[in-house]
Design a protein around this ligand. Structure first.
Ligand code: GLY
Length: 341
C-alpha cells in the first residue's frame, strides 16, 4: 500500500459535525474559525529564476491540504497531504530535492503532530522513501513509540508498504552541485542559500489544529546529524489549547531555543497574538545564536503568524476560496480559487 490518506473511521465525519466528536476534540467555538491550511517551503535564498516555481509549489501544497481537510474533516490529513506535495517537488529540501550529507547520501527528518490529542510521530535518518512525513504518521499510528531512527524507521516503512526507492533515486543534479559548492566553500552550512525545510499547519472550523515538518537537513551535514524538524517543540508543535507551528532554518539553534514551544507559550500564557509571538521569538533566537530561520503558525482562534529572519521564505495558505502566497517581506499575492480545485 502506498501511503496517502489513511483514515480512521472517526475522522470520516464532515466538518460540520465536529461538535459531536469526543475525547478532547473541540466543539464549535463561539467566534467562527475559518478553516485554513498554511504551508512554508523553507526560509533562505531563492534564485530569481526559481521564484515562480517555488510559489507554484507552495500554492499547490496549500490547496492540496485544504482539499484534504474538506474531504476528510481531518487537519492531520491536511498537513500530511500538503507536505507530501512539497516532498515530491524538486524545488524544496525534503523528499525528492533533499540536500546531501558529506558522504553524498540523503538522510531525512520529519515529524507530525495532532493538536487535539497531543499525539505525534517523528522519524530521523529516513532513506530511500519519497514521503518521510507519512512514515512519521505511521510511527504515531502504527507503533507504541513516537520517534524512530534509521534502520528501525526503514524497517517500519517496509512493513507498512512504503515504496523503497533505489539509493540514487532522491539524489538530484542540484543537490550534487550544492554539495560540491559546500566542499570548496569552507563554510559550516549552506542552509541559508537554498530553499529549506518544508512544513504545514492547519485548523478546522472547530479549532482542531495540526502541524507537520519535513526536511533533508543541511547540505554537507555529517551522517547521523539530526536537526530540529523531527523534534516536537522545536521544529513542530500542535496543541488545540494554543495553536500549531512549523519552523525552518538553522536546526542547531531552533532546537536549543525550543522555538515552536516558546511561540505557543506566549500565546497561551502571555496573551500574545500569534504574529507578535513568531516575530519576538524568532528575533530573539536570531539575536542569541546569530542564526536565522522562519516560522508559520496558526493560533487556536485561527489567526495566522508568518515571519522569517532570512532573506526570503516561501509560504502560502488557503482560507475559503482565497489562496495567498509570498516570498518577500510584506508580500501577499491573493488569487480566488474555484471550490472544486
Ligand atoms: N531546519 C532544518 C534543519 O536544520 O535540519
Amino acid at each position: 500500500m502506498l501511503h496517502g490518506l489513511r483514515l480512521p473511521q472517526r475522522l470520516l465525519l464532515p466538518i460540520v459535525k465536529c461538535q459531536t466528536i469526543t475525547w478532547g476534540r473541540r466543539s464549535l467555538a463561539k467566534d467562527a474559525i475559518l478553516p485554513t491550511v498554511l504551508v512554508h517551503g523553507g526560509a533562505g535564498h531563492i534564485d530569481a529564476d526559481k521564484v515562480e516555481c517555488v510559489k507554484f509549489g507552495v500554492k499547490q501544497a496549500a490547496q492540496r491540504g485544504y482539499k484534504a481537510m474538506l474531504e476528510t474533516g481531518s487537519t492531520l490529513d491536511a498537513v500530511e497531504q500538503a507536505v507530501m506535495v512539497l516532498e515530491a517537488d524538486i524545488h524544496f529540501n525534503a523528499g525528492f530535492g533533499s540536500v546531501l550529507t558529506q558522504d553524498g547520501n540523503v538522510e531525512m527528518d520529519a515529524s507530525i503532530m495532532d493538536g487535539s490529542r497531543l499525539e505525534g510521530g517523528c522519524v530521523t535518518m529516513a532513506r530511500n522513501i519519497m514521503h518521510p512525513i507519512s512514515l512519521a504518521r505511521c510511527v504515531m499510528e502504527k507503533t507504541n513509540y513516537r520517534f524512530l531512527a534509521g534502520d528501525g524507521a526503514m524497517r517500519l516503512a517496509k512493513e507498512e508498504g512504503f515504496e523503497i526507492l533505489p539509493k540514487s533515486a532522491l539524489i538530484t543534479e542540484a543537490s550534487q552541485k550544492l554539495l560540491k559548492v559546500f566542499k570548496i566553500s569552507n563554510t559550516d552550512t549552506l542552509y541559508n542559500v537554498v530553499p529549506g525545510t518544508v512544513g504545514a499547519v492547519a485548523i478546522d472550523a472547530c479549532g482542531n489544529v495540526a502541524a507537520a515538518t519535513s526536511t533533508g537537513g543541511l547540505t554537507g551535514k555529517l551522517s547521523g546529524r539530526v536537526g530540529d524538524s523531527p523534534i516536537l517543540g522545536a521544529g513542530t508543535y500542535a496543541d488545540n489549547e494554543a495553536g500549531a507551528v512549523s519552523a525552518t532554518g538553522h536546526g542547531e539553534s531552533i532546537m536549543r531555543y525550543n522555538l515552536s514551544s516558546r511561540v505557543l507559550a506566549l500565546v497561551r500564557h502571555k496573551d500574545y497574538s500569534i504574529q507578535e509571538a513568531v516575530e519576538e521569538m524568532l528575533q530573539n533566537m536570531t539575536a542569541h545564536f546569530k542564526q536565522t530561520g522562519g516560522l508559520i503558525a496558526i493560533d487556536h482562534r485561527g489567526q495566522l503568524g508568518i515571519y522569517f529572519t532570512t532573506e526570503l521564505m516561501s509560504w502560502a495558505y488557503q482560507q475559503g476560496n482565497e489562496l495567498h502566497c509570498g516570498v518577500e517581506v510584506g508580500e501577499d499575492e491573493v488569487v480566488i480559487v474555484d471550490d472544486d480545485t
